[in-house]
Each structure stands twice: as C-alpha cells, then as structure tokens.
Design a protein around this ligand. Structure first.
Ligand code: SF4
Length: 422
C-alpha cells in the first residue's frame, strides 16, 4: 500500500473504493456487506506488509503505535509471555510488540489478555491487527452513513444514477444466456440433476416446486431462467411448469391464461422479445429478499443458520463441512460457502474456480461429473417428444428475432410485471 512506485494502482484503488462506497451505502444490508468485504481485504493487505511498512502505515493513519525495541522486549519477555495468553517464550521472541494507549486496547485490557505497564498496553502483532481493523471499521462505517445522507443530491446526477443503481448487483462474468445447451436435457433428468448438479438455491426451488406444485413469482423468475439456461427449450419449459402446477390448485385453463404467456415472454417470444438472462449470485443475494412463503434467494444468505444447518444435514453434508459453511456464512462469505458446498458434494479438495453464477455452478458440476464433457442426455430418456421439442425450438430460435441477451435490470423489471401473479 505504501510503496512509492505503484501510484497508478493506488489511484485506481482509491477511485474504485469511493465509487463502491457510493454504490454500497444505499441500504443497511449493502453497507454491512461492503464493510465485511473491505475488512477482509484490509486484513489481508495489512498482514502482507513488512514490519517496516506496517509501522509506516500506522504513522500514516495517525495510529501512534510504536513497536518496542528488541532490548526492551527481551527485558520484559517473562511478563509479556505471562500476560498474553497463547504466547510461548519462543513466540514472544518472534513477534513484534506495540506500545498502545489503554483507550485503544480496552478490549484486550478488559479480557486480561495484554501486558500493562505505566499506563500503556504492550500488544503483540497478532492482536494489533484487530485494533487497527476495529479503528478502520468505525471510520468506514461512519463514512458510509455520511455518504448515504448525501445520496439524494448524488442521485439527481443522471450520469451517476444508472451506474449506482446497478453496481451493487451487476455481473460481468460469462454470459449464461447463450443457449448452447438448448435441448440437451430431458425433463426426466431434472430430478436427478437437481441433486447432483444444482446449487443449493436451485435445489431448494426445485424441491419446493415438486412438493407444493407451485412457486411464487420470485421463485418462478429465478428458477425458470436458470432452467432455460441449462438447456430447457420453450416447449419443455411450458410442459414442465404446466405439469407441476396442474398437480396443485391451478387448472390447465388457468395455467394457459395466467402463466404460459410469462414463460413465453422469458424466452423472448412475447412483448419486447428480449432473451432474458438468468440471475447471477450477486443479483440473487443482493436484491428481492424472500418473504414468508417464498423459496427464491440464496439459502446461504437468506436462510436462518439453524435451518441451513438442517438443510445441509439432510443433503448429507458432513458435520465438519457444515461447520465450515456456517463459519463462512457468519462472515457474510455466501459465495465461498456455496463453493465449499460444491467441494463437499462433489468430493473435490479445491473447486478450482471462483463462483459467481448458479449456471456456472451447474456447468462446472456437469463438467466434473462427465469428465470434462458437456451435459449428456441419458439414452433411456431420449424420447421422441424431447427430440421434437428441441427441433421446434431451434427452428423457432432461428426464425424469431430475439433482442440482445444482455438484458438490463430495467428490462427484467418489465418481465417481473408479467410474473406478478402469485
Ligand atoms: Fe445460488 Fe449463488 Fe447462493 Fe450458490 S451462492 S446458492 S449459486 S445464489
């Protein structure tokens, strides 16, 4: 951070940090998430600094914590070791100790975890980062609250407003709306795929749909677009949703009048003919939280930890893995928790990619399970109706002018209107 010759990198870092402040100050939820990410980044960077740079940094931000000399440390070694739990004499020799005013070390002092002498606390490096982080958290938290207050004037700037509205859940990864898998899966495969290759959010939606024969509009949007992108043709989607809904309280006529239009719409066959993109993790995590009776959202973000634990146990995730996942969730690392779930359910040590999208989860799972090949249709399920369906879809796709597959949220909001019925 304090290296002189990386001015350009630091400049970009500053600009992006302040833009993100603007984008993430808009709600309590966004502020909490942003704070957590910034804390993690800060901790990582602070621990990467050399002793010299760390001292320079503390001076730079006016945290007057001075490292004590080696001579003084050796003189007090016994006291330092006795007063600092978890430190052996060897560790005392290895660590740097900082002279800190009592006000800054009040937590350590209260918990009797620090050596006090002449009104100062002598804090080992392993604890100083907690003090610095706390300080940073307080400052950033205040700054975010202050930024939020000036939002009305910023939002009236038409150059900034669209950027700020979408930044908190924008997605810049691969485009999963590209229909390269269209027609490659059969409806009969979905139950098995939901267990093997669906991320928890989609597995939960599939289970709820099968059990209740209904999903409310948030669930239909999230799950419908996911299914479309893993390869369901329009005909398959209509058949899939109709079969399930008519098992419940919706009769065929009501389905055709109330729901079929919205499914065709999501495939770009109605209205503005926009080929809608499936939701990314950030969109699912950051917008439209589920309420009572909803099954959409990200279970790692939106489930009560106890419920999540039960869910993971039901899905045979080992206890130690469940604990790791719950720890990640506690730290608001929802996508990392999902990556851990992938590793545990696929029996791999390292997922080898960074998860940003439910369809990425599915694609990676299929790649892994099929040894690098694409989704394969099981021979017994290759029925005539499926082949016919995919043939029809490909004809339709070619003959129907679909608009860009980079649908904006504004366009999606248009679609949501069509899904408004519960
Ligand atoms: Fe779904 Fe993404 Fe949450 Fe995983 S992290 S459950 S893929 S929204």
């Amino acid at each position: 951070a304090l290296v002189e010759d990386d001015y350009d990198a630091r400049r970009k870092d500053h600009i992006s940090h302040f833009i993100l402040r603007l984008a993430y100050c808009q709600s309590e939820e966004l502020r909490r998430w942003f704070l957590q990410q910034e804390m993690d980044l800060f901790r990582y960077r602070f621990n990467e600094l050399t002793d010299n740079l760390r001292q320079k940094f503390l001076d730079h931000v006016n945290l007057k914590f001075e490292a004590i000399s080696e001579d003084l440390k050796n003189e007090w070694a016994n006291d330092l070791c006795a007063s600092t739990p978890g430190l052996t004499m060897i560790k005392v020799k290895e660590q740097m100790f900082y002279k800190v005013g009592l006000a800054d070390a009040v937590e350590l002092f209260r918990a009797r975890r620090v050596f006090i002498k002449d009104g100062f606390a002598y804090v080992p490096l392993k604890d100083i980062d907690a003090i610095v982080l706390n300080n940073y958290r307080t400052k950033l938290s205040k700054a975010l609250a202050l930024t939020a207050r000036s939002l009305p004037s910023i939002q009236s700037d038409e150059r900034l407003q669209p950027l700020l509205n979408h930044l908190s859940h924008s997605y810049v990864g691969p485009d999963y709306s590209v229909q390269k898998n269209t027609g490659k899966i059969s409806l009969e495969q979905i139950d098995a795929l939901s267990v093997k290759s669906f991320p928890l959010c989609m597995r939960q939606l599939h289970k709820a749909l099968r059990e209740n024969h209904h999903l409310r509009h948030g669930g239909r949007m999230q799950y419908g677009l996911f299914l479309k992108s893993i390869g369901l043709t329009l005909e398959q989607a209509l058949e899939f949703w109709k079969k399930e809904f008519t098992r419940g309280k919706v009769d065929a006529d009501k389905f055709d009048k109330g729901y079929a239009y919205s499914i065709r719409h999501s495939y770009g066959k109605e209205g503005r003919r926009t080929d809608y993109t499936p939701y990314s993790c950030m969109k699912i995590i950051m917008s439209n939280p589920p309420s009572q009776g909803d099954y959409h959202g990200c279970p790692f973000r939106h489930c009560d930890p106890e419920l999540l634990k039960q869910k993971l146990q039901l899905y045979k995730v080992p206890q130690s893995g469940t604990n790791q996942i719950l720890e990640l969730v506690k730290g608001m690392h929802y996508q990392l928790a999902c990556q851990k779930y992938f590793e545990l359910t696929h029996d791999v040590e390292d997922i080898g990619f960074s998860l940003n999208h439910p369809n990425q989860y599915f694609a990676e799972s299929q790649k892994l399970l099929s040894g690098g090949r694409e989704v394969k249709k099981e021979p017994s399920h290759v029925g005539n109706s499926q082949q016919k369906s995919s043939g029809q879809e490909s004809t339709n796709s070619n003959s129907t002018p679909t608009s860009s597959n980079t649908a904006t949220d504004a366009e999606l909001e248009g679609l949501e209107e069509y899904f408004a019925e519960d």
